[in-house]
Design a protein around this ligand. Structure first.
Ligand code: 5GP
Ligand code: MG
Ligand code: MG
Length: 181
């Protein structure tokens, strides 16, 4: 399918993201002050820029791991069925874990992923998402930390893609199609 023409309107600047991450890192630092080595789990692929910036602001011993759950594919609609496509390398039983996600939308992904990880009996499991779209929620899920709450817009940039494009934008923008009558 050929790509429809679109432009990207900036929603959150790189500077605003960096400032928010500094605050979040401070709160996370307080929460895990006594943790021996925190396992920071990024959900592939959308969180890769966020986790990179976040861990560099954390003044804590961390281990970085990744998990991949099935998602949109290349469509703009979420699937309600979540599958684990790539599992962790780390064993998390008895350990403190922070799950890092790009966006909480319907809530199905993080709801499923946290249940999956809790079944391995971590000592403490917390979740952080850069973006939250509360108006889209279909299951009752709330992340422990949210970067920004946003309206129901399809966003890209800062690791987040549209059909595997635009992940490399340094800011968060919303997609606006230009072929609409
Ligand atoms: P949920 O399971 O909460 O509905 O969906 C979470 C996932 O949907 C996010 O991790 C993200 O991959 C994808 N998603 C939700 N909203 C957007 C969006 O505006 N843009 C993009 N590219 N992906 C989104
Ligand atoms: Mg995702
Ligand atoms: Mg995607």
């Amino acid at each position: 399918m050929p790509q429809r023409p679109y432009v990207i309107d900036q929603l959150i600047s790189a500077k605003a993201i960096a400032a928010r991450i500094e605050d979040l890192a401070r709160e996370i630092g307080d929460e895990f002050r006594d943790t021996d080595k925190l396992v920071v789990v990024g959900l592939l692929r959308g969180s890769f820029v966020f986790i990179a910036d976040l861990v560099r602001e954390l003044d804590l011993p961390v281990e970085v791991d990744f998990l991949e759950a099935s998602s949109y594919g290349d469509a703009m609609e979420s699937s309600r069925e979540v599958r684990i496509l790539k599992d962790l390398r780390a064993a998390i039983e008895g350990r403190d874990v922070l799950v890092v996600e790009d966006i909480v939308d319907t809530g199905h992904t993080l709801n499923h992923v946290t249940k999956f990880l809790l079944s391995r009996k971590p000592a403490k499991l917390r979740t952080i998402a850069l973006l939250d779209k509360p108006s889209r929620r279909e299951v009752d899920f709330k992340a422990h930390w949210i970067g920004f709450s946003i309206p129901d817009e399809f966003v890209v940039g800062y690791g987040i893609d549209f059909a595997q494009r635009n992940r490399n934008l340094p800011f968060i923008g919303k997609v606006r199609f230009t072929d609409e009558a």
